[in-house]
Design a protein around this ligand. Structure first.
Ligand SMILES: [Zn+2]
Length: 192
């Protein structure tokens, strides 16, 4: 038990540190610092200790055994860097455009997780491959999906250091997400 506790704390700390470094590069250090603190709340912490293996995330293991993960439900309800936080089946659109800082924090989070779980097998194209097989399935606004995919595509060509930069990400978000937003709004209003 103690081994699992120590192991889990180490995993969280390592992940937080990696996300923080990426967020600093991306120009959102405060988001990097605030990332995933809720993992230390009792609901998230003890479930993840119980399902700790050191090799993969405890969340899918909890889901496989119990059918749901209380830790995940708690986590996604409080952390705006998850697309699932913004998902609401009762609204006409169901998914929303995530504010810039959270969209970028999500990308840093995914890259960090990919680096950690793949270890020395990680390459520049790992994230894009993951996106193409699994990532696109999550409930996410089409513009967010386009933004994410473009970042991972760029990473697969130019690597993290060139792509995860404030200027580059700002430009991409503006081009993919914000451009035409006003026109779309006006169209929606005129349709009513
Ligand atoms: Zn998170």
């Amino acid at each position: 038990m103690l081994k699992k506790i120590v192991g889990h704390i180490k995993t969280i700390t390592k992940h937080k540190w990696l996300v923080f470094k990426l967020c600093c590069r991306a120009g959102i250090p405060w988001r990097g610092f605030m990332h995933d603190w809720s993992k230390f709340s009792p609901t998230e912490f003890w479930e993840s200790v119980k399902y700790y293996t050191g090799k993969r995330s405890p969340i899918p293991l909890a889901k496989a055994e119990k059918g749901y993960s209380k830790a995940w439900l708690h986590h996604k309800g409080r952390n705006k860097h998850h697309a699932e936080y913004w998902y609401d089946y009762e609204t006409p659109q169901k998914t929303f455009i995530m504010p810039y800082v959270y969209a970028v924090e999500m990308i840093c989070d995914n890259l960090a997780a990919g680096i950690t779980y793949n270890g020395k097998d990680w390459t520049k194209s790992t994230q894009l491959e993951y996106w193409e097989t699994k990532g696109y399935k999550k409930p996410i606004h089409p513009k967010m999906a386009a933004f994410e995919k473009e970042v991972y595509t760029q990473v697969s060509k130019d690597g993290i250091h060139k792509v995860i930069r404030k200027e580059n990400l700002k430009k991409l978000y503006q081009e993919i997400v914000e451009k035409n937003r006003l026109i779309e709004r006006l169209n929606e209003i005129s349709k009513k």
